[in-house]
Ligand binder design. Structure first.
Ligand SMILES: [Zn+2]
Length: 307
């Protein structure tokens, strides 16, 4: 028994030693890549790009609020062992730098999808926000296309033999994003008002800018902050003065603020979904980013009175 135990110990030591001495392999040698992504848009883009050729896991649990998110120990373990880790950018996920340091993996490719994208931030719209940069880059569909390309490049690097597949899928998906962009341009060209009044956090700055809407939100870049009675009163006045036909509310949080503004102004509530995350029911129902954005366009057209 003692001998067997000893033999086992030696064998284990040899295995450990071998593992330590093994040269660092490039990610492409690992077969079907495993990607961990943070938010729903990245999840959907990665699924569109990789299809069945990769395993894609979203870090946020369904329905979880994304701005206050901090990775759990098992999330960190998942990031540590992934072939690809894809995140929005430091403005959306400020914890990334710290986690990558604490969970190093030389074989992992890390993709900052905000790379090459111009962020807008404080002061651009004359309002004060509690964070410096607006992290909701995916809501400008030209940015979204760049993010898709970054994701496809990373999959190609992790799984070289399937490079053409990833690039072709990305091109096909980006064509859909171009069509979506054209639908927004056309659908929001002629509206009774261009003032988009949102009883949620400041998530639609990029979208509003792209389609020349004037955006007013009750909260800053993250939904954690408080709003003030003054802000709510000012938004209510704006609804009345602008002829807006609805007040918009956001996904995944109780729309108390939006309800109060809409009630005061005497207009209905309509949802605008920024897509950070989705519910379990939406996932089970096969929700996708482009579908969510089409619903947004319908609601925007109704709420702004577009022809
Ligand atoms: Zn947000």
């Amino acid at each position: 028994m003692g001998i067997r135990k000893g033999t086992l110990a030696v064998a284990l030591l040899l295995i450990i030693a071998a593992a330590c001495q093994r040269p660092v392999l490039p990610p492409q040698s690992t077969g079907r890549p495993r990607a961990v992504v943070t938010l729903f848009p990245l999840y959907d883009f990665a699924r569109a790009v990789a299809g069945d050729h990769a395993e894609v896991k979203m870090l946020l649990s369904p329905g979880m609020e994304p701005h206050g998110y901090e990775p759990s120990p098992s999330d960190v373990a998942g990031i540590a062992s992934a072939n690809l880790f894809i995140y929005t950018g430091a403005a959306m996920e400020p914890w990334v730098e710290r986690i990558l340091k604490s969970a190093p993996n030389p074989r992992r490719l890390t993709v900052d999808t905000s790379k090459g994208i111009v962020l807008t931030g404080d002061g651009d719209d004359g309002h004060h926000h509690e964070h410096g940069w607006d992290p909701h880059i995916w809501l400008d569909f030209e940015n979204a296309r760049k993010m898709v390309i970054s994701i496809a490049d990373a999959f190609a690097q992790a799984d070289t033999p399937n490079t053409k597949l990833y690039k072709d899928n990305a091109a096909a998906y980006n064509k859909q994003l171009e069509e979506l962009d054209a639908e927004f341009q056309k659908g929001l060209a002629q509206c009774a008002t261009r003032e988009l009044i949102h009883g949620g956090h400041y998530a639609f700055g990029y979208l509003a800018r792209r389609y020349r809407l004037e955006y007013h939100a009750a909260y800053g870049f993250s939904p954690e902050a408080e709003t003030s009675p003054n802000t709510m009163m000012a938004l209510t006045k704006r609804v009345k003065a602008s002829g807006a036909r609805a007040v918009f509310y956001e996904e995944l949080v109780l729309p108390k603020t939006a309800q109060a503004i809409a009630g005061e102004a005497g207009v209905p509530l309509l949802q605008l979904n920024a897509g950070h995350n989705v519910t379990r029911e939406q996932l089970a129902g096969g929700v996708n980013f482009i579908g969510l954005m089409r619903e947004n366009l319908e609601n925007l057209r109704t709420g702004l009175g577009c022809e």
